[in-house]
Design a protein around this ligand. Structure first.
Ligand code: HGY
Ligand code: MN
Ligand code: MN
Ligand code: MN
Length: 413
């Protein structure tokens, strides 16, 4: 029997339902932020399933969780598949989780089909892909790929000042898997990640499989303005150093500058903080995040220069600073992996189309280490980073069937 035939739609769907309870929200989404108790519970549930199947598992020093199915040649470099289990604060049940569960389903299907691969096949749950609690995002995969230094990431703080190192310690102490010693990262022969598209193209074009060609570039900044706290009733306009007024001038100018750019530029201000946050005190400090995406690094570079120019011109009489917290160049996936994903989708008679990814994924870092690619499945109305995120059991299983066929081929090369 082939791995694809052994994929079970009901089992995959049930596993999503089991995971959706961990951090489940009344609106049917999930709030399972990186290294939270809910995230720890999801890791433990995955580990219990892995244990029941006799797969070995371990975590590395940034908390990435690996589940390994042995191959005939234990020394051969493994092929790997996975994604993330952490979610946005008002996230959906499929973003990230689908890639982890499709990878685990692939291991189970290979096992059920009695398929012996030459190479080990590893399923992975990367730490902190979302970057909504701790920045930068795609942290676990970036540390694994040597893109960020482990020691720097351990010092990251969330918005309440919690240090990542402490959140990681409490997450791992609950983890049944033996904490793997030493530096994160081991050599790989190939990596394929399954994910919902998080956009409307597959649904609009009635295709089941997205053959992902690459991921656009992404940069994230925190702009901070500093003025002077003062009485809202007595301080004359000329004497004010209103930090929020300065922040809004900068934000308004950036919205305008990016609106004039080509329509593929994505510009988002997702989080704003004002201090002291009292209605009758002129804000002394303000900060806001900027998330900018584009397929061309030159366009991102040009808009970073615009941001610097606007801050220099618009902040006065306040001071202002720009901290760049993420800068990931556009990623092109490996042509051989792209062709293999397309060939396996065709062989399974699944409609498919080549497409780039607008969203960032862990694969953008692992593509630095080995031949990598991604498989997309549709999500309802393209909605994601939203509790209404939805997908169908049939599409999820179709993606897992392509995945197991691709992994089997890569693991026998
Ligand atoms: O932001 C992203 O692109 C990813 O969904 N975390
Ligand atoms: Mn994701
Ligand atoms: Mn996401
Ligand atoms: Mn007063």
């Amino acid at each position: 029997m082939s791995g694809a035939k052994a994929v079970r739609e009901d089992r995959l769907w049930q596993r999503h339902a089991d995971m959706a309870r961990l951090g489940g929200t009344p609106k049917g989404g999930v709030n399972r932020q990186a290294l939270s108790d809910e995230d720890a519970a999801a890791r433990n549930l995955l580990a219990s399933w892995a244990k029941a199947r006799g797969f070995s598992m371990f975590t590395d020093a940034i908390g990435n969780l690996f589940v390994r199915r042995e191959g005939a040649d234990a020394n051969a470099l493994p092929v790997m598949s996975g994604s993330h289990m952490d979610s946005q604060p008002t996230g959906g049940r499929f973003d990230g989780m689908y890639g982890v569960l499709a990878a685990f389903e692939a291991l189970e299907a290979l096992e059920d089909a009695g398929v012996k691969t030459k190479r080990p096949v590893v399923a992975v749950a990367w730490t902190n892909e979302e970057g909504s609690r701790f920045q930068p995002g795609a942290m676990g995969s970036a540390v694994f790929a040597g893109y960020y230094k482990l020691d720097d990431m351990l010092l990251a703080k969330d918005w309440d000042g919690v240090v990542l190192k402490d959140a990681l310690a409490s997450t791992l102490e609950a983890a049944p898997a033996p904490l793997r010693d030493g530096k994160p990262g081991f050599a790989l022969d190939g990596y394929v990640e399954a994910h919902i598209e998080q956009g409307p193209r597959l649904e609009n074009e009635r295709k089941t499989i997205g053959v992902v060609t690459g991921i656009q570039g992404s940069r994230r900044y925190i702009v901070t303005t500093e003025g002077e706290e003062a009485h809202a009733g007595t301080t004359p306009r000329a004497a004010r150093k209103d930090a929020f007024a300065a922040a809004t001038r900068i934000a308004a100018a950036m919205y305008e500058a990016t609106a004039d750019a080509d329509d593929t530029l994505r510009f988002t201000i997702g989080r704003v903080e004002v201090q002291p946050g009292s209605p009758n005190t002129v804000p002394g400090k303000a900060s806001f995040t900027i998330d900018m995406r584009h397929p061309s690094n030159a366009v991102l570079e040009a808009h970073e220069a615009k941001l610097k120019d606007i801050v220099a011109k618009k902040a006065a009489p306040c001071a202002a600073a720009i901290e760049r917290v993420t800068n990931v160049a556009p990623t092109d996936f490996d042509p051989k992996v792209i062709d293999l994903v397309r060939a396996k989708a065709d062989a399974l008679k699944l409609t498919n189309m080549d497409m780039p990814s607008g969203a960032g994924h862990d694969a953008m870092h692992i593509a630095k280490l080995c031949p990598a690619g991604m498989i997309f499945v549709p999500c309802e109305r393209g909605i994601s980073h939203n509790e209404a995120e939805n997908a169908t059991p049939a599409d999820l299983a179709a993606g897992a069937r392509v995945l197991v066929e691709v992994l089997e081929e890569l693991a026998n090369r």
